[in-house]
Ligand binder design. Structure first.
Ligand code: GDP
Length: 467
């Protein structure tokens, strides 16, 4: 009779010997998750050959032997499309890989020599199994829902509506404001209203660049597309203090139906993600596209700041909070990255990092207080520009050399994108915005993908497991 260990127990035994690590990558949509994961796998595949990994100690000491893809451990999660990503980047001209839309996984077996003293050849060879999981950061925005009931959520959502956001939601708002909480509604009407609410969130994200979208699955519904569990919305004007009065409404009233769906969403969509996936992550990378938010102006930038504050709550699971109580997560190390650093010249990189640290100042302080090791970096997963120097008014000035994505003709150009502020911008900054962000086409590549500081990221994420 074959003996099979339950998945968690098998995991635990391997983790006990430090031979297996489950590393999760997240970030809001377009933060650069697909590019990061593609580059991470690519750098490890090319380790010991042509990958440039000087900031990774194991590679610098010549102990990193390479990595192979093996079958992923959770067969119910879609596979991360690494081969498709490399194919897109190898086209002529190269293209960015298509972003992933839900959760996906890929597994690597990494070979290395131990760091024990002695002659290199006699050092023992070991393998570390690395499970890589990519999931949308939007899903983490749903964590606070677990602590809210429906009236509290409605009140919170009403508070969030600034002028720009209200404009995106105008159609939905005027339809929903015509309804009374105690009236009955049919399924079709509800589905239409919910679709209009989801549409307003999608527009706020795509056209306005806003990142605070709740519920998180409304943007990336995956296999829940069209299911009644996603057909609800907040009722404007509801107050948490009206709870008792609202509880007496008939079961078929608009309010009661929406409340039931909200609770169902929490129980059957939000909780399973934390229970089945989040709880099993050992380490976490959070990617932040600071530069795009900076480019989009004050309201979007401040919205991103608030969103990240909420998103990071999922990693603050000390004490007796909901997360620890319900799921006992075990993440023991975090990396926070400002992505796409190749969009600015190298002397701006320290400012980009300083800005990221300011943006996440409060969450990082909380994590340090809870003794969760956390590091912040600026990096480019797949570097799409080179740095050149030009003479201007007798001064030497660094500029970027790259091919703009939306420029016809594919001719490379010299571009100075401007200065990144090293602290949270004040009102005056937005008026004299000296920063302009352009999307670049990836560089043609033959060997390992060009990058900036992916090796530093790898060192922090894996270094202690490769000794
Ligand atoms: P995801 O939605 O988080 O998976 O984001 P992607 O990885 O698909 O990245 C979104 C877009 O950002 C890409 O299509 C690229 O245009 C750009 N991008 C991502 N990473 C980099 C990078 O390292 N350098 C540059 N120049 N652009 C990047």
């Amino acid at each position: 009779m074959a003996l099979t260990l339950p998945r968690d127990m098998g995991d635990m035994i391997e983790r006990g010997f430090d031979r297996r690590l489950r590393l999760a990558v997240t970030g809001l949509s377009r933060a650069g998750k697909t590019a990061f994961l593609t580059s991470l796998v690519n750098q490890l595949r090319h380790a010991g050959l042509d990958a440039r990994l000087d900031l990774m100690k194991t590679a610098r000491e010549g102990r990193l032997l390479g990595a192979q893809r093996i079958e992923q451990s959770d067969l119910s999660i879609p596979s991360f499309p690494y081969d498709e990503a490399i194919e897109a980047l190898s086209l002529s001209p190269p293209e960015w890989p298509r972003p992933t839309r839900g959760i996906s996984e890929l597994c690597l077996s990494i070979r290395y020599r131990t760091a024990l003293p002695g002659r290199a050849l006699f050092k023992a060879q070991r393998t570390l199994t690395l499970d890589l999981v990519d999931y949308p950061g939007e899903w983490l925005l749903d964590l606070p829902l677990l602590e809210l009931d429906y009236p509290q959520w409605c009140e919170r959502m009403t508070r969030l509506q600034g002028p720009a956001r209200r404009a995106y939601a105008a159609d939905w708002l005027s339809a929903v404001q015509r309804l009374a909480v105690d009236q009955s509604v049919d399924d079709r009407e509800l589905a239409e209203l919910a679709a209009s609410y989801a549409e307003s969130l999608k527009r706020a994200r795509a056209e306005g660049g806003f990142s605070y979208v709740q519920p998180g699955r409304f943007l990336l519904p995956g296999d829940l597309e069209g299911a009644p569990v996603l057909q609800f919305f907040p009722l404007p004007g509801i107050k948490a203090e009206d709870r008792a009065r609202l509880a007496r409404l008939p079961a078929g009233s608009l309010y009661k139906i929406l409340e039931r769906r909200f609770e169902h969403y929490k129980r059957h969509v939000v909780m399973p993600f934390y229970r089945d996936h989040f709880r099993r992550f050992d380490r976490q990378v959070v990617l932040v596209d600071v530069l795009s938010a900076l480019n989009a102006g004050a309201e979007v930038f401040n919205d991103m700041r608030m969103t990240l504050g909420d998103l990071m709550k999922s990693f603050r699971f000390g004490g007796n909070g909901t997360l620890r109580r319900l799921f006992s997560p075990r993440i023991d190390r975090l990396l926070i990255c400002a992505t796409k650093a190749d969009h600015v010249t190298p002397e701006q990189h320290p400012k980009l990092l300083a800005l990221l640290e300011q943006l996440l100042d409060e969450p990082i302080k909380d994590l340090r207080y809870l003794d969760v090791p956390v590091k912040a970096l600026s990096l480019a997963s797949i570097r799409a520009t080179e740095t050149r120097t030009i003479e201007r008014n007798g001064q030497r000035q660094p500029v970027l050399y790259g091919t703009l994505l939306d420029e016809p003709g594919d001719q490379p150009a010299l571009i100075f994108p401007g200065e990144v502020p090293d602290r949270l911008p004040e009102e005056a900054f937005w008026h004299r915005q000296g920063f302009s962000f352009s999307a670049f086409r990836p560089l043609p590549h033959r060997d390992a993908l060009p990058h900036i500081r992916m090796d530093a990221a790898l060192d922090w994420l894996l270094g202690d497991k490769l000794r």
